[in-house]
Ligand binder design. Structure first.
Ligand SMILES: Cc1cc2nc3c(=O)[nH]c(=O)nc-3n(C[C@H](O)[C@H](O)[C@H](O)COP(=O)(O)O)c2cc1C
Length: 186
């Protein structure tokens, strides 16, 4: 029997009623059987300062440990000004340093994102894919889960109600698990 897969989920929004945090909660209920999805909250991570990269703040040490313990990463992010939100990029930068000690190296990763606009974070997602090249992460190509008009797909309690979106998330998670198993055996 193959070993269980542990996914670490990270939201690029800190907002309490965030659609992206809601989508991450929905993903926790849609993981394949035997797979765990735990969340790391980006709250409390200070702005990156290279003077501290050799002796980083405790939250960054914790983030790097959690990434290393995970078999795969799920990033769920809004798009800010056509790109990746600063809090997410900041966390990515911290965990990539010091040079040669990146926690991201070789990790399988899936992306999804929710926006109140119609394009559903496409531009932020493609910027993330560019970042993954340098980080040597291995992203899932499809499905591209871009949740546009998010205000129509979640209820007032922040529960995902749209069945089509649920099916896309289910497929993305299944593909992430399959991909992680393939990389494990390569
Ligand atoms: C600083 C800022 C920039 C934004 N830029 C974009 C954008 O480029 N594209 C987009 O679709 N939505 C943009 N939005 C709107 C977000 O889609 C919307 O606020 C969304 O709810 C954020 O995700 P959240 O609910 O997970 O916090 C922006 C919002 C903020 C606060």
């Amino acid at each position: 029997m193959s070993q269980p897969i542990r996914i670490l989920g990270i939201s690029g929004s800190l907002r309490r009623a965030s659609y992206n945090r809601a989508a991450l909660r929905a993903a926790m209920r849609l993981v394949p059987e035997g797979v765990t999805l735990d969340i790391f909250e980006l709250d409390g991570i200070p702005g990156f300062n290279q003077d501290q990269e050799g002796n980083p703040p405790a939250r960054v040490v914790e983030l790097k440990e959690r990434i290393r313990q995970a078999d795969a990463i799920l990033i769920v992010t809004p798009e800010y000004n056509y790109s990746v939100p600063g809090v997410l990029k900041n966390a990515i930068d911290w965990a990539s340093r010091p040079y040669g000690d990146s926690a991201w190296d070789g990790k399988p990763v899936a992306i999804m994102g929710a926006s109140v606009g119609t394009i559903g974070t496409a531009r932020a997602q493609y910027h993330l894919r560019q970042i993954f090249v340098f980080l040597n992460m291995f992203p899932i190509n499809q499905p591209e889960v871009m949740i546009g008009n998010a205000h129509e797909r979640f209820d007032a309690q922040g529960d995902l109600t749209d069945e089509t979106t649920k099916n896309f998330i289910r497929q993305l998670l299944q593909n992430l698990v399959d991909w992680t198993q393939r990389l494990r055996h390569s």
